[in-house]
Design a protein around this ligand. Structure first.
Ligand SMILES: Cc1cc2nc3c(=O)[nH]c(=O)nc-3n(C[C@H](O)[C@H](O)[C@H](O)COP(=O)(O)OP(=O)(O)OC[C@H]3O[C@@H](n4cnc5c(N)ncnc54)[C@H](O)[C@@H]3O)c2cc1C
Length: 556
């Protein structure tokens, strides 16, 4: 038993924590209307782990002894729960497989190295013994980036980076912090916060994902408009590879040929094990505000987000939900009484009188950070764009609520799964000129998939992560599955959405990586020579295919 904490083996987050709807009166009617599900149905119990049949470990006693000599007693584990926790990420496909005990291949051993020297010894051991290594951060990915290939005959070791979690140093003058790569989000921000700094990277999975995992999947946090995606935040790296340890020094910009730093970003463990990263950090902002705005409809909201991104304003968050997701947001509010519910009702009456269709309203959150005068100036610049597009300000209340519940929403998928509905997400990025047609095509593709399945289904969307030339559209979809082969049904919907992304000029993923889940669309996204370039790197660095094989390019 190590001191590294993991999520539930069958679902998201911490044991004993889950989503509850009893205090959210609008939730049950909303779900009934959206997908025809009665959420008062008693939840199906999750099996006790003791009933799960886990394939036996293929690790020999000699190999176990050799690995224990590297990481120390108690840090080379072969028990079933450890191995199952390290088999999958947390996509709906993963959750369905876990609940159905579908575990055709699990790692044979889980290793917990304490430092880079141990990681180097593990990599040498794997190359000499022709074993497979799969680095593990928080286990939160949703792209099939962790799972062992089913047909893999060699010994598979999961390398859990959870003991490598120290802040090594801060270069305060340059705003650069060097961390061990296994550090999880809350620990990282706590160590920085204690010294007055922040990295500002807050993915929705923040509580259970790691710095190394963010880098290996090219993650994006909700404040990326100000702090950048992890690709921009990461300045330096140490990566243990079969041939030695790759060192990328933290340089603001370098003209050193094709970017090796960029090659490691998004490499999903295939180009080595990231042991350290130097990241850009910022002084904790004096003021932080997230303001809510209401738009009359999605079309005007999208144009407003475009106009903000091309203006001089530099907010930390630009996010707007389509009408469906706005409805969902309202439905997950706690019962409100007194003044706030009267104000909301009053505002809706005013908007209706102005001719707004309340079913088309879109809720937006814009974040501002910095000195009070900077925040005031940003708000005023954004305010003038917002007003030009006829939107109204609803103040700090909805923004504060969004901030509070953003890390709870991931629990909703397990709640729905307990009651027979599957929900997951697909996200993309495209130039501004293509976003609206892409949105419409994806909605139509999902509806077509639901019609093909003969089931009621739901799809909703928000825009986030704006850039000068375009933005990310993030879709959430849900349907009541047939209970017979929910994964096959999921494949129909997911595939329709992903294909619509590519056909509409979007990418297969803005920040969730390729893994195995999105690999079928890679060639259409980056062309055959692009895939060849990546394959060439994998072959050069890892000729024995010891590092997380089958991810990103699945046709090898
Ligand atoms: C509910 C939910 C919400 C999410 N929200 C977001 C979001 O807002 N933004 C976002 O970007 N993503 C989000 N994700 C996806 C996921 O959290 C990210 O992909 C995250 O970056 C994965 O980090 P991890 O530490 O959990 O990595 P893991 O899942 O453990 O691993 C992911 C991949 O990285 C590799 N890897 C991990 N550590 C290392 C290392 N040290 N060296 C080399 N390779 C390594 C693994 O081998 C694997 O290929 C969400 C997922 C869920 C389930």
């Amino acid at each position: 038993m190590t001191d590294v904490a993991h999520m539930k083996w069958w679902g998201w987050g911490v044991e004993g924590v889950g989503f509850h709807h009893e205090d959210k009166p609008a939730f049950a009617p909303f779900v009934r209307k959206a997908v025809g599900l009665d959420v008062s149905t008693p939840p199906a119990p999750v099996d006790d782990f003791s009933s799960v049949e886990v394939p036996a470990s293929r690790l020999s006693d000699d190999a176990h002894t050799a690995l224990t000599a590297i990481v120390g007693a108690g840090y080379a584990l072969t028990d079933d729960l450890e191995r199952v926790v390290h088999t999958y990420g947390k996509s709906i496909r993963d959750l369905l497989r876990l609940r159905a005990h579908l575990l055709p291949r699990v790692p044979d051993v889980v290793l917990y190295p304490a430092d880079e020297a141990q990681v180097e010894l593990i990599v040498s051991w794997a190359v000499e013994n022709d074993a497979v290594l799969i680095p593990f951060g928080g286990g939160s990915n949703i792209s099939g980036s962790l799972e062992p290939p089913v047909a893999e005959e060699r010994v598979i070791a999961s390398i859990d980076m959870g003991r490598l979690r120290k802040l090594i140093e801060i270069d305060e003058y340059s705003g650069l912090a060097t961390f061990q790569a296994g550090v999880l989000g809350p620990d990282l921000e706590e160590q920085l916060g204690a010294r007055g700094w922040t990295m500002g990277h807050y993915p929705d999975s923040f509580t259970h994902s790691s710095l190394g995992g963010w880098i290996a999947t090219r993650s994006s946090g909700m404040q990326s408009d100000k702090y950048g995606d992890i690709a921009e935040i990461t300045k330096g790296l140490r990566v243990v590879q079969p041939g030695g340890t790759l060192v990328i020094r933290p340089i603001p910009n370098a003209s050193t040929g094709p970017s090796v730093r960029e090659a490691i970003l998004g490499s999903e463990g295939r180009l080595g094990i990231i042991t350290e990263a130097t990241v850009q950090v910022h002084r904790l902002p004096e003021r932080r505000e997230v303001i809510g705005y209401l738009f009359k409809d999605w079309e005007s909201a999208l144009v407003a987000m475009h106009d903000i991104s091309t203006s001089d304003a530099a907010p930390s968050i630009t996010r707007v939900s389509d009408a469906r997701e706005t409805g969902f947001s309202f439905a997950t509010r706690k019962a409100s009484t007194g003044i706030s519910s009267k104000v909301t009702a009053g505002l809706m009456t005013v908007l209706e009188k102005r001719g707004w269709d309340l079913d088309e309203i879109c809720l937006s959150f814009i974040g501002y950070e910095g000195s009070p005068s900077h925040v005031a100036r940003q708000k005023s610049m954004v305010g003038s764009v917002i007003r030009k597009h006829g939107a109204v300000t609803v103040g700090k209340g909805p923004g504060a609520l969004y901030d509070q519940k953003k890390f709870d929403t991931p629990y909703l998928r397990d709640f729905l799964l307990d009651r027979g509905a599957a929900a997951d997400v697909s996200e993309t990025a495209a130039p501004w000129s293509k976003l609206l047609p892409l949105y419409r095509n994806v909605r139509a593709a999902a509806d077509g998939a639901y019609a093909q399945l003969g089931t009621e289904g739901w799809i909703m969307c928000h825009l986030s992560h704006s850039a000068h030339s375009g933005a990310c559209l993030y879709f959430t979809f849900a349907f009541v599955h047939d209970g017979v082969d929910p994964i096959a049904q999921y494949d129909v919907v997911k595939s329709a959405i992903q294909s619509a992304f590519i056909e509409s000029g979007g990418t297969l993923s803005h920040h969730h990586a390729v893994g195995t889940e999105h690999a079928p669309w890679l060639e259409a996204d980056i062309s055959a020579p692009g895939v060849g370039l990546i394959q060439g790197m994998f072959d050069a660095i890892d000729p024995g295919k010891n590092l997380n094989p089958g991810k990103i390019i699945s046709s090898e």
